[in-house]
Each structure stands twice: as structure tokens, then as C-alpha cells.
Design a protein around this ligand. Structure first.
Ligand code: MTE
Length: 313
């Protein structure tokens, strides 16, 4: 299938992202507020924002404030630990995330095995405030730090036969109780088409809310693809392979009728068991309309020119 490609800097308006400066300023506000609170000076405390007010400075390009940090880190989907969204926070707190190597190979000229710390040092850090829409019908707005997957792809130089990127998570039942008792086909696997992986919105995240990524949110390194349902954004990545055939993700292996490879957020294509037309934003009351490609339509629609998105869901 033909896909019209454009250079990412042509398709990503600058104002799409929270600027680094604003983010740093906000992080400093958070730090100094915490420091002041720790110093316990009542006069100073009166002048600083409450915890709930701080995230309003972190907004996405549509004007939505970041979800509260405690909600982002306290309500997670991480089946290697538990299918209960409240449990990974505690169950993952001692998960060993350093040292951590990622193996990159398959159809590339420069395969490598590299420490996450080296990746962070090698590539420019970006800070992005992205919406995340879970296939289950809830959503959040999350401030991430990380680097562009594109930068890494360019370094490893995929060969002309590489069409897809396959990501593999961790298999470590001793540390991950969910892998002991669930019959899922571990490790967690996800995939992107190479042009999706090269898109300027696609991140490998290593931080959240101005801090290191928490274990329950996917430390030390996870994928973030904001126009796709959250399950594509695989946590705790161990392996990245460039391949010719479309990878079978864990969710496709479990139920390909319900969870397709593309998994683009689409209010017009219902999940077989529920509508995807609206969503519950965590921290809000009521539901809001779900946006095509999660609101990133202008940036990504060209990737899917000529595709029937009801078939390639
Ligand atoms: N990655 C791994 N390895 N294991 C998981 O269970 N859950 C996915 C995705 N990545 C998952 C994963 C799902 S269903 C969602 S919605 C997002 O992570 C949730 O990310 P969050 O918990 O940081 O909000």
C-alpha cells in the first residue's frame, strides 16, 4: 500500500508541544513548592499553589491540563504485575530497572546492545504533554520526557527490507507476579510500521512529570504513540527488532478480532464489546467525545492515506 510520506518537521506544528522552557519552569515551581513545604514555613506556604493547582500550568495543545501526577502513577495498566489498575504501584516498586540494556537488531546495519543511560545521553531530550486514550474508554493527559524513536532508528540504519518494528517487553516472573499466574503469551509484544516509528510524535519515554519514569509507568524505557490506543505503548522494553512481516502483538495473539495491529484511536470504529465514541478523562466528571487519532489527525492522517481504517483497525 502506498503511503504518502512527508518530513516530520513539515507536519508537526511547533505549537503542538509544551515548550521545554515552560515545562522546566513548571518543574521548578513543583520543586520549589515541595522544598518550601518541607521547610515548613507557614508564611511561605500561603503563597505557593496547592498540589492540585500546579498541573494546570502543564497543558496539552488543546488546552487540557495534565492529569494529576498521583492519578497517572496510581492508576496504571501493567498486566505483568496485576490486572488490577491500583496494584502495580506497590507491586512494581522494587522492580529492578538499572542497569538495563536494550537489544536492537533484526534488519539493521548497526545492531547494538545498549544501556538506557547511554541512550538518554546520546539523544536530545524532549518534553511532551500528550493525551493517552486507553482502549477501555478512559484517558489522561501526561507530561513525558524522552527522545524521538526516529533518532534511534536513524542510527541503527534499517535495511531496505525492514517494514515493521517489533518491540518486546520483559519476561521475569520472579519480579513480575502477573507473569506467574496469567496464561498470557509473555513477554508483552507490540509493533509499529516503520513510518509510524519514524514519526515525530513517537517517543521512547524515560521520564514522567519532570522525574524519572516510575516502575509502574514502564521504567526504565517505554514507547509512547499518542494517536494510538494506550496498549500500543509498551512498557519496560528489552528488545527492538526491525522485521519484514507484521509482528503479532500480545493483544492480537489473545484476540485479533478485538485488538488490531494499527489500534489508531477512532471514535467511528467500535470495539466489538463497547462504543469508542466517548471517553472518561480521569479527574473529570462526565464523558467527552473521543477525537479521531486522539486529536492528532492533522499530524498523522497522511500515514494512512488510502487505507480502510475499519478493516485495518
Ligand atoms: N506495557 C506492558 N509491558 N504491559 C502492559 O500491561 N499495558 C498497556 C500499555 N503498555 C501494558 C503496557 C495499556 S493497556 C495501557 S492503557 C498503557 O500501557 C497504560 O499506560 P500507563 O499505565 O502508564 O497509564
Amino acid at each position: 500500500m502506498m503511503v504518502e510520506k512527508k518530513k516530520p518537521d513539515e507536519i508537526t506544528p511547533q505549537e503542538l508541544y509544551q515548550s521545554r522552557r515552560t515545562f522546566l519552569k513548571t518543574s521548578l515551581t513543583i520543586t520549589s513548592a515541595a522544598a518550601l513545604l518541607a521547610a515548613c514555613k507557614p508564611t511561605a506556604v500561603e503563597t505557593i499553589p496547592t498540589a492540585a493547582a500546579i498541573p494546570s500550568e502543564l497543558v496539552d495543545e488543546l488546552g487540557s491540563s495534565a492529569t494529576l501526577e498521583e492519578d497517572i502513577t496510581g492508576f496504571t495498566n501493567y498486566y505483568e504485575f496485576s490486572s488490577n489498575k491500583l496494584k502495580p504501584t506497590e507491586l512494581a516498586q522494587d522492580f529492578i530497572t538499572s542497569p538495563w540494556t536494550v537489544q536492537i537488531g533484526g534488519l539493521v546495519e548497526n545492531p547494538q546492545e545498549i544501556l538506557v543511560e547511554e541512550l538518554i545521553a546520546r539523544y536530545s531530550t524532549v518534553e511532551r504533554v500528550y493525551r493517552m486514550r486507553c482502549v477501555e474508554g478512559w484517558s489522561m493527559v501526561i507530561p513525558w520526557q524522552g527522545f524521538l524513536l526516529k533518532d534511534l532508528v536513524e542510527d541503527v540504519k534499517p535495511t531496505k527490507d525492514a517494514v515493521y518494528v517489533r518491540f518486546e517487553g520483559t519476561f521475569d516472573p520472579e519480579q513480575m507476579p502477573g507473569q506467574q499466574y496469567s496464561t498470557y503469551p509473555w513477554p508483552y509484544v507490540e509493533g509499529l510500521r516503520l513510518d509510524e516509528a519514524m514519526h515525530d510524535l513517537t517517543l521512547l519515554a524515560t521520564g514522567i512529570y519532570g522525574k524519572d519514569l516510575t516502575p509502574q509507568n514502564g521504567a526504565p524505557i517505554r514507547l509512547v504513540v499518542p494517536w494510538k490506543y494506550g496498549f500500543k505503548s509498551i512498557k519496560a522494553i528489552r528488545k527492538i527488532d526491525f522485521v519484514e512481516e507484521m509482528p503479532t502483538s500480545l493483544w492480537m495473539a489473545l484476540s485479533s478480532r478485538e485488538y488490531g495491529f494499527y489500534a489508531n484511536v477512532n471514535p467511528n470504529v467500535p470495539h466489538p464489546r463497547w462504543s469508542q465514541a466517548s471517553e472518561q478523562r480521569i479527574g473529570e466528571s462526565g464523558r467527552r467525545d473521543t477525537l479521531m487519532f486522539n486529536g492528532y489527525e492533522q499530524e498523522v492522517q497522511d500515514l494512512y492515506t488510502g487505507m480502510d481504517l475499519t478493516v485495518n483497525f
